[in-house]
Design a protein around this ligand. Structure first.
Ligand SMILES: Cc1cc2nc3c(=O)[nH]c(=O)nc-3n(C[C@H](O)[C@H](O)[C@H](O)COP(=O)(O)OP(=O)(O)OC[C@H]3O[C@@H](n4cnc5c(N)ncnc54)[C@H](O)[C@@H]3O)c2cc1C
Length: 490
């Protein structure tokens, strides 16, 4: 599969300009040397597409004729050896090297912020092997969601990772951005699915880490690369856990008096050990927008799948707790409607085309803090001048807490970039101060780099030390995860 472009460019590709001014020029001799390693492209269209991803601000820029930063060349390797050779050249010559998968990231993670080389890993695709006894699939990192799941279905298996961007994103991108699928309350985040990784380090060395269901052989190095967003290594091979495909699916829908009561219902359900694959609670604004009603009640959508006896028991726990909290039973067609429209991205693109600043901010926090996170973020963002709307839903639940996913929009203003920044500053800082983390699954990329130290405190220094040890010349995806003193988008 080819990556799907987020939005059309507002000018011919040859007239596109660059937003960032920190691009490092790559001498022609190096480009020629790299071009001998594998297929590569300097075609204007390819350079333009690899200059951006689905970061909403870069979509806004694209319509107005600019991209964040162009790469000098796009490489299309098909083997680990080729990637290792490219990395070794970039390490020796100190050339920026950014990896891209489906480029569906919404934080600017795949943008080559300092130019240089882009390695497009989508030519490393397909399932290599399936261990059906253990339920482990060996898959190349550039495999898109539908290709992975349709081939696995022939073995009666499913990984269970279904992000909204399922069709736009790759296995390597899921791991590098530490993503979450819509069925995560049953199957977990991608963090829970990775068995082992092969990684090419900045200097071209190849390592393999992990491989058993659990271990005590020192700290877990697999985790080091999950969420590293291409800054610590290039993921070139992946082993994932897979589940038997579900035989039964059950749906239920409720509405509750308030977001706080809904959060309490989700907490009780999950604390009692029930983990329905989908447990989505919408605040009153989103409930009205998506499910109708008078805008006073909060919809809870529940879907479970798997073994018949387990799903019946799970749904019984859900039913008991929601009714105990005064829920009204709603028609399950709400769940079917969500299932049929859940991956539709046209709304975001339409609003961007109309000139609105629209984005989403997802954070996770413990149950005890969650009502406060919801109220504080909503209030803080709403107070930003020209803020138009702020709403949220709860979309991924865990034993100790959950993810809140905020959607916000600003009015049409003279300086939309400044408004975008102000909304993020207000929302992200409110979330951190109320006890949430920096990101639940969209990652850091460019957009959240400026918050990394605030979010991680002194442990950020440890991350910095690891970065310097693994990538002393800072060639891997520079400008991301807050590692650079001078951010390209500060
Ligand atoms: C409409 C829409 C809905 C979305 N919904 C979800 C959702 O439900 N859940 C979710 O988790 N995310 C979601 N996302 C965000 C995005 O799809 C995820 O972050 C996804 O995991 C990115 O995968 P990708 O292949 O597109 O990676 P890219 O965007 O190409 O890259 C993402 C980051 O990973 C790095 N990277 C990519 N491949 C590798 C590799 N092989 N080795 C090392 N680093 C690598 C890149 O350098 C970059 O930093 C959504 C995005 C969109 C546009």
């Amino acid at each position: 599969m080819e990556p799907t472009p987020p939005i059309e460019f507002g000018v011919p590709v040859k007239d596109l300009t660059e937003r960032f001014s920190s691009r490092i020029d790559v001498p022609n001799a190096i480009i020629e040397q790299l071009a001998t390693i594998c297929r590569s492209s300097r075609d204007a269209e390819q350079l333009a597409e690899h200059a951006r991803d689905w970061w909403p601000l870069s979509m806004y820029w694209a319509l107005r004729g600019s991209v964040p930063a162009f790469p000098a060349i796009v490489m299309h390797p098909t083997t680990t050896k080729e990637i290792s050779e490219i990395a070794a050249v970039c390490h020796e010559k100190q050339i920026p090297l950014t990896v891209s998968g489906g480029r569906s990231g919404v934080s600017g993670g795949a943008v080559p912020a300092r130019g240089g080389i882009v390695i497009d890993v989508t030519s490393l695709h397909g399932i290599v092997d399936v261990d059906t006894t253990s339920g482990i699939v060996h898959v190349r990192p550039g495999t898109f969601g539908p290709d992975l799941e349709s081939e696995l279905a022939e073995y009666g298996l499913s990984v269970g990772h279904f992000p909204q961007s399922f069709e736009l994103s790759t296995v390597g991108g899921w791991i590098a951005a530490r993503g979450a699928g819509q069925f995560s309350t049953r199957y977990g985040k991608i963090d829970d699915m990775v068995v082992a990784l092969e990684v090419v380090l900045a200097d071209g060395r190849v390592i393999r880490t992990g491989g058993a269901p659990a271990g005590a052989d020192g700290p877990d190095l697999v985790s080091l690369f999950i969420g590293s967003e291409g800054t610590l290594g290039i993921i070139t091979d992946v082993w994932l856990r897979a589940h038997p495909r579900a035989t039964t699916t059950t749906h239920a829908a409720y509405s509750l008096d308030s977001m706080e009561i809904g959060i309490e219902a989700c907490r009780r359900i999950v604390r009692d050990g029930a983990t329905p694959a989908v447990l989505r609670l919408y605040d009153a604004i989103e409930s009205k927008r998506s499910h109708g009603g008078d805008g006073t009640r909060c919809t809870l959508l529940v879907l479970d799948e798997g073994d018949d006896e387990l799903t019946r028991a799970t749904m019984a726990v859900v039913h008991r707790h929601t009714l105990d909290l005064g829920a009204r039973i709603e028609d399950t067609s709400l769940v079917e409607h969500w299932l049929n429209h859940r991956n539709d991205t046209s709304g975001l693109q339409a609003l961007t085309r109309k000139g609105y600043v629209v984005d989403t901010m997802e954070v996770a926090g413990p149950w005890s803090s969650l009502p406060g996170v919801y109220a504080t973020v909503r209030d803080s963002m709403s107070k930003v001048p020209a803020s138009r709307s702020v709403s949220a839903h709860l979309s991924h639940s865990y034993l100790d807490g959950a993810c809140l996913y905020f959607t916000f929009a600003g009015d049409k203003v003279e300086d939309p970039e400044a408004l975008y920044r102000a909304l993020w500053d207000a929302g992200q800082r409110a979330a951190l101060s109320a006890g949430a983390n920096l990101s639940h699954h969209h990652g850091v990329g460019l957009n959240r780099s400026r918050f990394m130290r605030e979010a991680l405190g002194s442990s950020f220094d440890v991350l910095g030390s690891i970065k310097r040890a693994l990538d002393p010349h800072n060639i891997l995806n520079p400008g991301k995860l807050g590692f650079d003193d001078s951010d390209p988008w500060p």
